[in-house]
Design a protein around this ligand. Sequence first.
Ligand code: ADP
Length: 276
Amino acid sequence: MELSVGEASSAGRRIFTGFIRDLTEQQRAEFKLQELQSELIHVARVSAMGTMASTLAHELNQPLTAIANYVFAAKDLLERDGPQPLDMLSEAVGEAAKEALRAGQIVRRLRDFVARGEVEQRVEDLPKMIDEAARLALMGANERGIRTKFEIDPTIHRVIADRVQIQQVIVNLLRNAVEAIGTREVREIVVRAARDAQGMVRVSVADTGCGIDPAVREQLFEAFASTKEQGMGLGLSICRTIVEAHGGRIWAEPASGGGTIFQFTISSVDEADINE
Ligand code: ADP
């Protein structure tokens, strides 16, 4: 580009001044767009704080209650007359410590989630990302009788992703699936990852829940579309912002036998793709 500018200036500077300005304006516009996009994700994250805060309170409640129970049990044992049952005491204190570490992990995840930071897309291991996100999102789902199946194409490993953000998408979809199942009789979630015809990886979350309410079907991925009493209607709009910033798309379809299947695509970088 520099060469053509040099030639141009000897041929007639005025003609090319416009050309150069156009280019920088275009670059500036692109830069602005990128800035806006990361800003948007940040705003979406911050506005999701309300939802996250209540989720966090809910999630922290479990380990905190467990810690209190173990510590009270230890106190009772200590106050007992007679010889101290050291093995029981040690077990109670050990379990309390484990629960405290779990509470710490929950808080750390939230901090990751709100931490500003550019969209950091790297090569990440998709099955591992799914596994971690599912552990977080499905805490307590087992106890509520929800069965979760994972069908991950074994040839899929590496994708290009901002790990925290894509995990947020998976967490949101899984939480919605759990909520949609509610008290329904058939209680199953299936998480799949497969390649699509365009060489992208398609991740899907299928549930046996209530299906999409026609009242929100058209605005499903828009902010503040919610049918839940406590819902802010931000989860899916954040999911869409994140997936699209990664060059993918996200959509929902009715699942066979009732329920819903949410799917999104993400770029893969497996050896097979590189060698092609
Ligand atoms: P919120 O969960 O706060 O309402 P979302 O953006 O995550 O916000 O979801 C928007 C709405 O989409 C929900 O209120 C619900 O009506 C519908 N929805 C989302 N996921 C599902 C699902 N798996 N099954 C049925 N409806 C769903």
